[in-house]
Design a protein around this ligand. Structure first.
Ligand code: NAD
Length: 461
């Protein structure tokens, strides 16, 4: 029987104090259920099908960018949860002599996770395992756009958990809107800045805390000292994985003008080497994904056309096949700011190439846009790396590579302002789902000496 949103929320609320009492062992046992489910060959092959149907994702990418990432986070939790969950002693100032102070991380209560379609398993289950590990009850709404994977997640969670503990609610904007009416203790949202603002507005009505994992235009700076052959190959891969539909994919390149020609040549040959070795075209590569939907295909197509109409020129790619939702990795030159491609996050395999002469120009270009999720720097010159980092705020930075921002659980992952609020991964994600309760425990002594009557007291505080 399908429960309605209010019933789920009420039952989870009632259940939340029981969940808060769970030991670390019990929490980890729950997280391991997910791990074991994903290790089962039969379940895995159904997941391959779901992700193939949604994005034509190759099996290697399902493991590398979806299942593997969830499993890495689960292993990290298994190693660290005991340590994180302990009371954290802090030092005691002299006036509080006789007391002990500590911070206790405790579950926030009932939390909502809203996830996007681009890595539909990973971006649903990673926050989920941290929410469970922190002791919360969880309602998860995966994206309606990656419908096959969402159905898979619903079935999986339905088999592994009671719905008054973890429930998956499928549906579109109308369902998300109804969920956002409920007074969740925390909302963890991954998606666009546009919807992030709606989520934050709704959260404000209940003063629910939020984590917003958003997107934006992440620039890739390439200076005159970079190893162009190496960096072009890495960038060609990063822009093509998941068909460029990745929040951390480089959105546009700003390259030193002296290196542009070499970069274009190396980018082209890297695409051929990665996806067209047989010579039958990237569209026939089994390793290349598709655009998620007709809507996003048309959106990308109009960004491309708008750029060409306003004076951009095609350097490589530019092949669009609507019936197959295929877009080839595409490099564009002659880019100007008024083009739509420079006004919004591209989220697809189109890559504008801009050039600079003096490094001062780089910040001028980047600062026309809100703070990005990632800032990529390719350079062998320490001073330049420092200069570009200091002058350009971003959620994270990867130097001389791409994409890796979401792979080290010891680092916080997330944006800044328009690209996000709050951090995920590792301890930072555990914290998002935990309330930091401060506790002062008196063991002996008292504050008697500052109680009234005050006459003749020497105040030593
Ligand atoms: P989206 O914002 O359209 O949707 C995300 C979720 O919000 C979905 O579950 C959707 O059903 C729900 N939603 C959509 N409209 C809503 C509304 N009006 N009210 C309430 N909920 C609503 O994002 P998307 O298209 O699924 O994903 C692409 C975006 O996500 C890009 O901007 C990308 O950069 C970003 N993203 C960020 C990260 C990150 O970790 N920072 C990861 C992946 C994607």
């Amino acid at each position: 029987m399908e429960q309605d949103i209010q019933t789920i929320f009420r039952s989870q609320k009632e259940n939340s104090s029981r969940l808060a009492q769970m030991s670390v062992k019990e929490r980890l046992e729950r997280v391991e259920r997910i791990d074991n489910y994903l290790k089962d060959e039969n379940n895995l092959s159904k997941l391959y099908n779901a992700l193939y149907n949604d994005l034509r994702k190759p099996e290697v990418e399902v493991i590398a960018t979806e299942v593997g990432i969830v499993q890495t986070q689960i292993s990290h939790l298994k190693k660290n949860l005991n340590k994180w969950d302990r009371d954290h002693r802090v030092s005691t100032p002299l006036p509080l002599l006789g007391t002990r102070s500590y911070i206790r991380y405790e579950p926030k209560g009932v939390v909502l996770i809203l996830s996007p379609w681009n890595f539909p398993l990973n971006l649903s289950l990673v926050p989920l395992v941290y929410a469970i590990a922190a002791g919360n009850a969880v309602v998860l709404k995966p994206s309606e756009i990656s419908s096959h994977t969402s159905a898979y997640i619903k079935k999986m969670i339905g088999e592994l958990f009671r719905w008054d503990e973890v429930a998956v609610v499928e549906g579109d904007v109308s369902v998300a809107t109804r969920l956002l009416e409920m007074p969740f203790n925390h909302i963890f949202f991954t998606g666009s800045p546009r919807v992030g603002k709606i989520v934050m507005g709704k959260a404000a009505e209940h003063l629910s805390s939020v984590t917003l994992e958003l997107g934006g235009k992440s620039p890739a700076i390439i200076d005159e000292t970079a190893n162009i052959q190496q960096i072009a190959r890495r960038l060609a891969w990063a822009k093509s994985v998941n068909c460029g539909q990745t929040c951390v994919t480089p959105d546009y390149v700003i390259i030193h003008e002296s290196k542009k020609r070499e970069f274009i040549k190396e980018f082209r040959s890297a695409i051929t080497e990665l996806y067209n070795r047989s010579g039958s075209g990237t569209e026939n590569s089994p390793d290349y994904c598709r655009i998620i939907s007709k809507y996003h295909f048309m959106r990308l197509n109009s960004l491309y056309k708008d750029a060409l109409e306003k004076g951009a020129s095609l350097l490589t790619g530019g092949y669009f096949e609507e019936d197959d939702l295929f877009i080839s990795p595409t490099l564009l030159d002659g880019i100007s700011e008024e083009m739509s491609i420079m006004q919004e996050e591209i989220f697809g395999p189109l890559l504008p190439v801009l050039t600079y002469h003096d490094r001062l120009e780089v910040s001028e270009i980047i600062s026309r846009h809100p703070n990005p999720l990632m800032l990529y720097i390719a350079s062998r010159e320490k001073k330049n790396i420092r200069y570009f980092m200091d002058g350009n705020p971003a959620g994270g930075t990867v130097i001389n590579d791409y994409m890796l921002g979401y792979s080290n659980p010891n680092l916080p992952f997330g944006g800044v302002n328009n690209s996000g609020i709050g951090k995920s991964l590792g301890f930072h994600c555990f914290m998002e789902f935990s309330n930091k309760r401060s506790v002062i425990h008196r063991k002996w002594g008292s504050l008697d000496m500052i109680y009234p009557p005050y006459n003749s007291r020497v105040l030593w505080l």
